[in-house]
Ligand binder design. Structure first.
Ligand SMILES: [Zn+2]
Length: 256
C-alpha cells in the first residue's frame, strides 16, 4: 500500500507542475512566452531566434491608429455561415475554431476564416485610446499562406450581446482542446452592421510576430455588457501586446 501511494504521488506531481506552467505562460508552439515579466512582450525577440522579428521587425502590430489617410478602398466581402462553437483556452487567450466554408474576399483574394480570439484590453488603440477588448477574426489565403485579420474593438454597453452570448456563456477557464459548446454560431452576426475599416500591412501580435498580416480593423465597435467583459477578464486580463511604431507604412481609412 505504502509503495503504491508513493508511486501515485510521484506520477501526479509532474502533471501538476506542467499544468501550472501552461496556465501561467502557455505552450502553443513549445516555446514559453507570456505577457508579464521575463517572458513578456519586451523580451519576446530574445526568447528564441524564431521570435527575432518581435524585436527586429519593421512592420509589427498592433499600432496606434492615428493620421490615417482617407481613401475609397475596396469592400471587405464577408461570406460567413454557421459554425459549431468549438471554444477553448489555448494558454494565451480564448479561441473559437471555425468550421470550413466561411471566408472573406479582399482585393480579389479569398481568405478562409480559421478562428477568432480575444484580447483584453484592446491591442490597437485609436488616437491613444484603448477599448476594453478586441476580437481578431483570423483568415488565411491557402495559396500564399498570408493572413487577413479583421479586428473589432469591443466596448461596454448596457446589454448583453446576444450574438456573442454563445461564446461568453462558455468561456473555459482551464487550458484545453477545442470542444463544441452550446448552440452553433451565426458568424455574420458577430460583425457590426457597417464595414468602414482601417487597413495596414503588419504582423501577428504574438510570437513569432510574422509580418504576413493584412490588418483590417473595423471602425465600428461592437458592444458587450459589463458582465460579458468581466467574464473574459476573469480568465485573461492583460493579454495585449503594446503598440508598435507605424514607421514608413501606409495607414488607410475607408469610412464605409
Ligand atoms: Zn489576436
Amino acid at each position: 500500500m505504502k509503495r503504491a501511494r508513493l508511486i501515485a504521488l510521484f506520477s501526479v506531481f509532474p502533471l501538476v507542475s506542467i499544468f501550472g506552467g501552461l496556465l501561467m505562460t502557455g505552450f502553443a508552439d513549445g516555446l514559453s512566452w507570456g505577457y508579464e515579466g521575463e517572458e513578456g512582450p519586451a523580451s519576446w525577440g530574445a526568447l528564441s531566434p524564431e521570435y527575432a522579428l518581435c524585436a527586429d521587425g519593421s512592420a509589427q502590430s498592433p499600432i496606434d491608429i492615428r493620421g490615417a489617410h482617407a481613401l475609397d478602398l475596396v469592400d471587405i466581402e464577408v461570406h460567413y455561415g454557421e459554425s459549431a462553437n468549438k471554444i477553448f483556452n489555448n494558454g494565451h487567450t480564448i479561441q473559437v475554431d471555425v468550421d470550413p466554408g466561411s471566408h472573406i474576399i479582399y482585393n480579389g483574394i479569398t481568405y478562409d476564416l480559421l478562428q477568432f480570439h480575444f484580447h483584453a484590453p484592446s491591442e490597437h488603440s485609436i488616437a491613444g485610446e484603448t477599448a476594453p477588448m478586441e476580437i481578431h477574426f483570423v483568415h488565411q489565403d491557402p495559396n500564399s499562406g498570408n493572413l487577413a485579420v479583421v479586428g473589432i474593438l469591443l466596448t461596454e454597453g448596457e446589454n448583453d450581446s446576444h450574438a456573442y452570448a454563445a461564446v461568453f456563456d462558455h468561456l473555459p477557464a482551464q487550458v484545453g482542446e477545442p470542444e463544441a459548446q452550446g448552440d452553433p454560431l451565426n458568424l455574420a452576426r458577430l460583425l457590426p452592421e457597417t464595414h468602414g475599416y482601417y487597413s495596414y500591412q503588419g504582423s501577428l501580435t504574438t510570437p513569432p510576430c510574422s509580418e504576413i498580416v493584412r490588418w483590417l480593423l473595423l471602425d465600428t465597435p461592437v458592444a458587450l455588457s459589463a458582465e460579458q467583459i468581466a467574464a473574459f477578464r476573469a480568465i485573461y486580463d492583460g493579454n495585449a501586446r503594446p503598440v508598435q511604431p507605424l514607421g514608413a507604412r501606409d495607414l488607410l481609412h475607408d469610412s464605409g
